[in-house]
Design a protein around this ligand. Sequence first.
Ligand code: HXC
Ligand code: NAP
Length: 285
Amino acid sequence: MEAFTQDLLKDKVILITGGGTGLGRAMAGRFLQLGAKVAICGRREEVLEQTAEELSSAYGGEVYRQRCDVRDPGQVHNCVDDVWQHFGRIDVLVNNAAGNFISPTERLSPNAVNAVLGIVLHGTFYMTLEVGKRWIEQQLPGTMLNIVTTYASTGSGYVVPSAAAKAGVLALTRSLAVEWAPHGIRQVAIAPGPFPTEGAWSRLSPTPELEAKMLGRVPLGRTGRPEELADLAAFLVSDAAGYINGEVVTIDGGEWLRGAGQFNDFAEVTEEQWDRLSELTRKGK
Ligand code: HXC
Ligand code: NAP
């Protein structure tokens, strides 16, 4: 079923951080289908290249790609500069890049905390500043969509750097919704429940038992489909949502209402099981 007219996002220039994989990639594809010009960024060139080629050949239109580590303000500046020059402007910024893994908090090193806060909170803030300053200087309107989580509002054990960082991003969303509205800049957020992407599942649900547990928490009895999130995102960044500002929309099958904080149940995991999970959830395992 087609929910939108095919020109919903016609000629909008949309930059998606972390657009090479998972939910970012799903949004990129949907935005293209709806007429947008899309730019994606991330750390891995080969992932960006493959996604850009696959999406362009599937949907037509151009996907511009730029390697960028959002933790580095210099790279963020260059990336935004480059996308701006390529398309002549940016209309929508989607802060989607994230880092996360399950761990008892007392096992975390300062580096592990920095890795997650750096991507989620600082990275989102750097991108927001870089794009927002240009919109304000050039008196251009714009929309920022931040992808948070349901536990941004409630907190959750065992993913504490992510919970703290996403809560910060939610505060950023609501704060700028007021401060930057007079400049014609809108802020919106999406709080997804569980969507089984490779990036999230390998770090948060690395065994069949944990996966089953995650599924069992959702009142609707299933995980989310990336295209469902992409449709919600398309609506929120479109002009049809022009009066929505500072709102966070939950898309989780009712999960958080049943018991806040997806990972709080992990109190049952033993120290020996954590040793094994710590190996499984490291990048590249
Ligand atoms: C404990 C860990 C760890 C783990 C890494 N570290 N993984 N500690 N358990 N599983 C520690 C390392 O030992 C190191 O500390 C520090 O973290 C940095 O690790 P690096 O691998 O060097 O970092 P880096 O290459 O920068 O990778 C960042 C990352 C990684 C966050 C650790 O997982 C990543 O690249 N993630 C990106 C994609 C992602 O996370 N996607 C999931 C999003 S899902 P020391 O002290 O040893 O140097 C999401 C919400 C889901 O956000 C909600 C579901 C409902
Ligand atoms: P994902 O595929 O792992 O997406 C994360 C993306 O961020 C990757 O493309 C990654 O690419 C990029 N990234 C990570 N660190 C980066 C950095 N330093 N600079 C630039 N890009 C970086 O996971 P996902 O599930 O699609 O997650 C997408 C968003 O949804 C995240 O904000 C996540 O918190 C949120 N979310 C997901 C779920 C879920 O169940 N899947 C639930 C709630 C919220 P590189 O590694 O190439 O840099």
